[in-house]
Design a protein around this ligand. Sequence first.
Ligand SMILES: NC(=O)c1ccc[n+]([C@@H]2O[C@H](COP(=O)([O-])OP(=O)(O)OC[C@H]3O[C@@H](n4cnc5c(N)ncnc54)[C@H](O)[C@@H]3O)[C@@H](O)[C@H]2O)c1
Length: 262
Amino acid sequence: MSRISVITGGASGIGRATAEVLAEQGDIVVIADRDAEGAIRAAEELKVAGVTAHALALDVADDQGVEDFFDRVESEIGPVGAVVHAAGILQNAMTTERMDRAEADRIMDVNYRGTWSVNVAACRRMKARQAGAIVNLASINSFAALPIPSYNVSKVAVKALTEILAVEYGVHGIRVNAVGPTYTITPAIQARIDSGHRDPEAIRDSGALKILVRPRNIAEPIAFLLSDAAAAITGVTLPVDAGWAANTTYSSYVAPVEGFGQ
Ligand SMILES: NC(=O)c1ccc[n+]([C@@H]2O[C@H](COP(=O)([O-])OP(=O)(O)OC[C@H]3O[C@@H](n4cnc5c(N)ncnc54)[C@H](O)[C@@H]3O)[C@@H](O)[C@H]2O)c1
């Protein structure tokens, strides 16, 4: 029987690309998103390609809504074998002093509390079957301080929560990992490029590979972490950063590097 995979935030960007990759691999995919119409559109496009896809509305910041969602999926579709928690919101660069408190709280609510609710609800159900795998969306922000205060803190928290859950549920046969993408050209980032809040050339130059990372570049490693090929991997946040971390430290060296790039 095909694995049932839930993808939160599956209507757009990284979540949507992941739904495509998992469906291509034979999973039954459940696209869950606050954008109900976008979820339906994504599922319809997958169905045209001949796969089984469902679409359900979900606000990951609503604890009871998350519980009701998993109840509904398990009673109407079947036991959930994998979860990709890609629902999240970004923010623009600013100081903590400028940051609006309500926006800061909202980012924590969706990015951190949402990760908590979705993971706890999924793990509880997977525990009953002693099997399952989860991948959360952390970020390069999980490893470094960047000038996006609440978002940065939320992604550090996602990494820590991933490690805690991996230990709590490892004994029950459940693996919990995360990926830490660099700037990825999704609708959320494209909107910030269009509004002048991100520079595509600077994005390209920020990594060792000098490429623009696409949603599918993140989706494929997510699919790997959910697969049996990663049976001995849990509690990690896998950077998928086009060499951002290495490039950032290397290029901070305080003197010219003879021969570099020649
Ligand atoms: N794009 C990047 O550069 C980048 C880098 C690192 C990490 N990430 C993370 O990857 C994840 C996906 O980002 P993306 O760039 O694909 O964004 P996106 O905006 O393209 O997609 C995010 C999806 O999440 C949904 N969503 C937002 N709030 C929700 C909520 N409360 N409940 C349910 N669904 C909700 C949106 O409707 C949207 O469909 C986020 O967690 C983001 O922080 C993105």
